[in-house]
Design a protein around this ligand. Structure first.
Ligand code: ZN
Length: 127
């Protein structure tokens, strides 16, 4: 069921609103995600809106520099990214969303450590 959620970084300078059906979260084991411990859910470009704090965000990129990893320059939390799988979309960190019981949502692993293989399987499923 599509619902509207509010989320933020830890210091709440960065806040966002997103329409999503939180039927699963993605746990990625890439070199960055396994360190930051985020759980992701995808959102179309128009279904996520940054409400405050856009100027407080810092962009971090690595490897192919395709994904855009945004984090708050004050508290260091990563609320959302433009994912390498499709940088025209968003993925938001469900750990940053208010009022979500993560223990009730199934976790889907994404093998970001072997990104090319995992991405190929992901794109196949979209066909
Ligand atoms: Zn912050």
């Amino acid at each position: 069921m599509l619902q509207t959620y509010q989320g933020s970084c830890h210091c709440r300078r960065v806040t966002f609103e997103v329409q999503a059906n939180l039927d699963y979260v993605v746990d990625c084991n890439c070199s960055l995600c396994r360190r930051r411990g985020a759980l992701w859910h995808g959102a179309s470009a128009s279904s996520l809106r940054i409400l405050t704090g856009e100027a407080d965000l810092v962009l971090y990129q690595f490897n192919t520099n395709t994904a855009k990893h945004y984090f708050c320059s004050h508290c260091g939390v990563h609320p959302f990214i433009r994912p390498r799988l499709d940088p025209s979309r968003w993925a938001f960190n469900v750990r940053c969303v208010d009022g979500v019981d993560l223990s009730s949502i199934p976790v889907r692993p994404f093998d970001g450590e072997n990104w090319e293989v995992a991405a190929k399987a992901y794109y196949e499923r979209l066909k």
